[in-house]
Design a protein around this ligand. Sequence first.
Ligand SMILES: [Zn+2]
Length: 187
Amino acid sequence: MQLQEKMLVRVKHLKEIKNARPLTHELGGLFTLGKHHIVNDVQFSRGNVCRDAHGNLLTHVKNCSVTHKDGEYVFHTHPKSNRPSSGDLYNAIKGFPARKKNFVFSPTGIWCYGATKQLSQKIRNMTSDELRIQIKSWRFMGHMYQHDTQNINCDGFIRFLRNEGFKCSFLPYSVLEAKSDDHMVRF
Ligand SMILES: [Zn+2]
């Protein structure tokens, strides 16, 4: 890992986003890094309302998403799904290398993922048909792992994503809860 990719976030900031995660829409935003690669600011945007208070998709909406400022370290929340979507994965590649790390605050923990040089090269060399098939296959595999990921068994899906060429990790909220607010988590 290159040094400039290091990122340290205070548990306080992570809990702030975890606690703000709504069930009816997505939040998204940007981490800004200060001295020593430590996050010193978190900016939020709000997505369209797409689910009811129980987390069920509203009938007139096609998807849940949020448009937010782009940057090197971006995050968004998921009301229900406990993994990055195929669209999230593709966005990470599209944004690469300017986009260094991507985070999803899911119902049970924090996904950190990103593209690699090899993967972004592979995707850029694809025809539009190949790309469409690639994204569909990530979507299909996401569904294959859905039962596991919804039950916080994320290892299989993480292995799959790493084999596809992504960097990927998952931090359960239970680990966060055990730490003090000023503790730094390294991604
Ligand atoms: Zn997402």
